[in-house]
Design a protein around this ligand. Structure first.
Ligand SMILES: *[C@@H]1O[C@H](CO)[C@@H](O)[C@H](O)[C@H]1NC(C)=O
Ligand SMILES: *[C@@H]1O[C@H](CO)[C@@H](O)[C@H](O)[C@H]1NC(C)=O
Ligand SMILES: *[C@@H]1O[C@H](CO)[C@@H](O)[C@H](O)[C@H]1NC(C)=O
Ligand SMILES: *[C@@H]1O[C@H](CO)[C@@H](O)[C@H](O)[C@H]1NC(C)=O
Ligand SMILES: *[C@@H]1O[C@H](CO)[C@@H](O)[C@H](O)[C@H]1NC(C)=O
Length: 436
């Protein structure tokens, strides 16, 4: 139905493909042998992206986008009404006990409460701060491969690369690969290019509202990350609305054994008439694209890289399509079960499915060169001395078997037998760990 509607729209608009209503064409690009329009719902931060081909017979691709503030609610709304201090001071699992025993409708057979998504979500806040240097801004980073606090919030990558691309709460490049710095490079130089005052090195906390930062996924289970940077009102302008930047990090889907992870980036600045990102909103200037490294584009000059060599929309969106095609194929090849879970009061079944599927994708990309286990990501928990922790093996193999992902389970078990088991059946590896 969706593609039929699109085709009707297209029939009336020869040339560049028309965008579905409610979306804005943010760019056009060439990929897979045709021209496309990139159409985005800019009126809400979590608005989706639809890629519409000009050629007949090629299907439009819709990529949903999510928007999850790091701090959606104050502490008083969490901890199941028990109070943060009391819960943190408890010497026993007070929240777990309350989830199971404190409710109106305990089930008749077990006498226990039905555990719903909504209750678990309100038990404890989502991660607001991933350690690291809280005061870092501009060209300093919250996380660093050179300091003991890793400060990693999230990661993306591919099955084949050895090292994942990791990001701090402020979307800094935690392995210091050379990704464009969102603040010091992209935002500052764009401000200058737009004739606005440069952001002073100590002025970032007056420029970005870090407490309103948010993250999301684009086109899950594709592992594309989104970061949202709301800007504070600036005194050089009387503009009454609000502005924010979005940053998308889209990993090259198959590094074919390459050790580092290449990542395509897109940065967009939006301006909304309403306060706090409220619509109507529009794009400011043009989107910026980067192929992994900061020097693949520049907001202010063509001297560093010639215009025809700059990372462009075709590179970025071509990669987004390739990521989707890759994971569609890869998950289909696993022959895994598909779930369709109902919405019940307090639990959105499709969220459970999304969460489970995306966890499998993350499990796959966290492995080094497809099969070698990692306890976490670099810097920090991805160091090799933790690779063989037993729970990484047992939890991954169990989940893969439960989902019917037999090729994945086989590879994980084969790796364990080959590298972490002795001829006499004992393990070759030490350690206790908690599964996370
Ligand atoms: C922003 O750019 C200007 C001009 O290059 C520079 O003087 C200033 O230090 C930069 N600010 C930051 C935080 O990097
Ligand atoms: C920054 O964001 C937080 C969280 O949304 C909000 O409470 C606060 O008012 C914002 N600060 C300013 C100065 O707008
Ligand atoms: C405007 O903001 C800049 C940077 O935060 C500051 O240096 C300047 O004094 C401010 N000007 C006024 C008129 O408040
Ligand atoms: C965009 O970049 C690709 C390489 O990724 C290049 O082949 C193409 O010519 C560029 N397109 C434009 C319009 O510059
Ligand atoms: C459940 O989540 C999906 C995906 O986010 C959404 O489309 C749907 O409306 C939600 N259902 C309910 C009942 O909230």
């Amino acid at each position: 139905m969706f593609s039929l509607l699109l085709r009707l729209v297209l029939a009336r608009a020869p040339g560049a493909a028309a965008c579905p209503s409610g979306t804005t064409r943010v760019d056009t690009f060439a990929a897979e042998g045709t021209l496309w329009s990139a159409c985005e719902d800019l009126q809400t931060p979590g608005g989706g992206l639809t890629l519409v081909p000009a050629a007949d017979g090629v299907e439009a691709v819709h990529l949903p986008k999510t928007y999850e503030p790091y701090a959606p609610k104050p502490d008083s709304e969490y901890y199941l009404g028990l109070g943060k201090r009391r819960v943190l001071d408890a010497k026993w699992d007070m929240l777990g006990d309350a989830l199971l025993h404190s409710c109106d409708g305990a089930t008749r057979t077990s006498g226990l409460c039905e555990v719903t998504w909504a209750r678990v979500e309100s038990a404890i806040p989502v991660m607001r701060y991933s350690r690291g240097n809280r005061q870092a801004s501009g060209n300093n980073m919250m996380c660093s491969p050179y300091s003991p606090e890793s400060g990693v919030r999230t990661f993306t990558g591919s099955r084949s690369a050895s090292v994942d691309a990791t990001f701090s709460d402020h979307a800094d490049d935690c392995t210091d690969n050379g990704f464009p710095r969102p603040q010091g490079y992209v935002m500052n130089l764009t401000a200058i290019a737009n004739g606005e005052p440069p952001i002073p090195p100590d002025g970032w906390f007056k420029y970005v509202n870090f407490s309103a930062m948010a993250e999301g996924l684009l086109g899950q289970p594709s592992p594309n990350l989104v970061f949202y940077f709301p800007l504070l009102p600036q005194n050089f302008s009387a503009y009454g609305g609000s502005r924010y930047w979005t940053m998308v990090a889209s990993p090259r889907p198959d590094m074919q054994g390459g050790r580092e992870q290449d990542v395509w980036f897109r940065f967009q600045q939006l301006r909304c008439s309403g306060a706090r990102l409220a619509p109507p909103c529009e794009l400011v200037g043009t989107p910026q694209y980067y192929d992994t490294y900061w020097f693949s584009n520049s907001p202010i000059t063509d001297r560093w890289i010639r215009p025809e060599l700059k990372a462009n929309a075709s590179g970025f969106y071509g990669n987004l399509l390739a990521v989707k095609r890759y994971w569609d194929r890869e998950l289909a090849a696993e022959g895994m079960m598909a779930l369709s879970l109902p919405d019940t009061a307090g639990t959105n079944g499709s969220w459970l499915t999304d969460q489970a599927l995306f966890s499998m994708v993350r499990s796959m990309i966290s492995r080094d060169d497809t099969w070698h286990p990692r306890y976490g990501v670099l810097p920090g928990y991805g160091v090799s001395l933790q690779d063989g922790f037993q729970d990484t093996f047992t939890s991954t193999a169990t989940a893969a078997l439960e989902w019917g992902m037999f090729p994945y389970a086989r590879g994980v078990i084969d790796n364990w037998l080959r590298y972490y088991t002795r001829d006499n059946g004992m393990i070759t590896y030490r350690a206790e760990m908690s599964s996370r």
